[in-house]
Design a protein around this ligand. Structure first.
Ligand code: MV4
Length: 455
């Protein structure tokens, strides 16, 4: 087993990883930027190294600095968390070459799934349902028009190097295609340094449902059910839950089996998530695979009574999974609210000093956070400052529990999404489980400033 792990991250996920290490008796090394000197992950780690100035390109994304800290601290492994270097195949490879275990899948799996067009072709070959479309890159306008005519409009153009919704364009007819294709290619080049795009059928009114998998180095692979992530705005998830109100136990079993088979096929090791679209007729289609621990992993932990970060560490150390598929019992319902430091109406970031804060507790309530009263939320990073997670026997009871927990989540000095989440939890469609990726459209049409002023 590892004796010492470096956590190449900050914020709530860094402290979350420290808790798992503590329980395993593993020493922890934090790295931090100049903007994070007063962060909780620095305080709670056994050791901490400042690796650079505030901008993440100069600190948390600076591979030579991260590796230097790991070498000096003499760690056995690095946990990348999510974001930053978590899905950087080159970083995973550098770790390997430096004889430091990367707590995640192989560089090959990371780069395969990072290329969304290749991932799609690979999943199709593995028997996973994918949306109608073509598996290759679109060459030019003629190619795009031919493909779109064949699959029928609306279609969606996606950047092959993209993911998470960045660089996507919905196209409803031939005319739109003529304008959207070059724009999408240009955007992809600017954002990802790669203009490659592909086209698939656009599924309207879909749900975003993802399956959690875990695989060890000994060929054991399990799924831990699904997370429903349809409540999102601008591809930022706001609320996640497990189980999905849309899945029957039979569908869960089928989607889980498909995910496990596909992961077996590509020799996947560690924690991973397969994202699916679920259409109105409950057909499911593979979208992309995330090769990291995800922000919303706690809802899965609550309903399966597992510790996914602990499992990630054990798997990376070469241990066998502690349970097999039949040992995983799904129990109750869990909901997570992502508390962001931002204006709940405009979603503009709201960094600054937290003047007062209360962290909710009580039965079935969990708060994952690195924020505290007196902490200055730096403007340089993601605006996620806390995750409020509840668990109860039924969905209705979990909703009531989340409502009372949100009421107790007091954060003063900065704007947060709490008030928006209170509104969503009281919404009739949310309560009925009527969700789709268009759910938030009703909530989040910030009026232009001129109109807002006239209110
Ligand atoms: C789609 C789609 C509908 N049809 N692909 C968004 C994130 C990335 N994983 C892929 N995403 C989508 N891909 C097809 N063929 C719908 C989404 C999607 C979405 C699209 C527009 C607005 C909000 C969305 C939220 C989740 C998923």
């Amino acid at each position: 087993m590892f004796k010492k792990i470096l956590i190449a991250n900050r914020g709530e996920i860094a402290t979350r990883i420290i808790w798992a290490c503590r329980e395993l008796g593993i020493r922890t090394v934090a790295i931090y930027s100049e903007a994070d000197r007063d962060s909780l992950h620095v305080r709670f780690a056994d050791e901490a190294w400042c690796i650079g100035p505030a901008p993440s390109t100069k600190s948390y994304l600076n591979i030579p600095m991260v590796i230097s800290a790991a070498e000096i601290a003499n760690v056995d492994a690095i946990h990348p968390g999510y974001g930053f270097l978590a899905e950087n195949a080159y970083f995973a490879e550098v770790c390997e070459r430096c004889n430091i275990k990367f707590i995640g899948p192989s560089p090959e799996c990371i780069s395969l799934m990072g290329d969304k067009a290749r991932a799609r072709a690979t999943m199709k070959a593995a028997g996973v349902p994918i949306t109608p479309g073509f598996e290759g890159i679109v060459e030019d306008e003629r190619d795009a028009l031919r493909i779109a005519d064949e699959i029928g409009y609306p279609v969606i153009i996606k950047a092959s190097a993209g993911g998470g919704g960045r660089g996507m364009r919905i196209v409803r007819n031939r005319n739109e295609m003529l304008a959207s294709l070059p724009a999408a290619q240009h955007e992809a080049q600017l954002a990802f340094g790669n203009p490659a795009v592909y086209i698939e059928k656009y599924i309207e009114q879909a749900r975003h449902v993802e399956i959690q998998v875990l695989g060890d180095r000994h060929g054991n692979m399990v799924h831990l059910g699904e997370r429903e992530c349809s409540v999102q705005r601008r591809h930022q998830k706001l609320i996640e839950e497990s189980p999905s109100p849309a899945l029957t136990p039979e569908m869960r079993r089928r989607m889980g089996e498909v995910a496990v088979e596909a992961c077996r096929e590509i020799g996947y090791v560690n924690a991973g998530t397969m994202e699916f679209l679920l259409d109105e007729n409950k057909n499911f289609y593979f979208m992309e695979m995330n090769t990291r621990i995800q922000v919303e992993h706690p809802v899965t932990e609550m309903v399966t009574n597992t510790d996914l970060v602990r499992e990630q560490i054990l798997i990376a150390a070469g241990e066998r999974l502690e349970f097999d598929q039949d040992d995983i019992i799904f129990s109750g319902h869990s909901i997570e609210c992502r508390i962001n430091a931002e204006n709940s109406r405009t979603f503009a970031p709201s960094p600054g000093l937290i003047t007062a804060m209360n962290i909710p507790g009580g039965p079935g309530v969990r708060t994952d956070t690195a924020a505290y009263p007196g902490w200055y939320v730096p403007p340089h990073y993601d605006s996620l400052i806390a995750k409020l997670i509840v668990h109860h026997r039924t969905r209705d009871m979990a909703i009531a529990r989340m409502q009372r927990a949100l009421d107790a989540m007091i954060i003063e000095g900065i704007d947060t999404t709490v008030s928006l989440q209170q509104q969503i939890l009281a919404d009739a469609d949310f309560i009925a489980g009527n969700l789709s990726t268009r759910f938030m459209e009703r909530f989040s049409n910030p009026r232009p400033a001129a109109q807002g002023a006239a209110e």
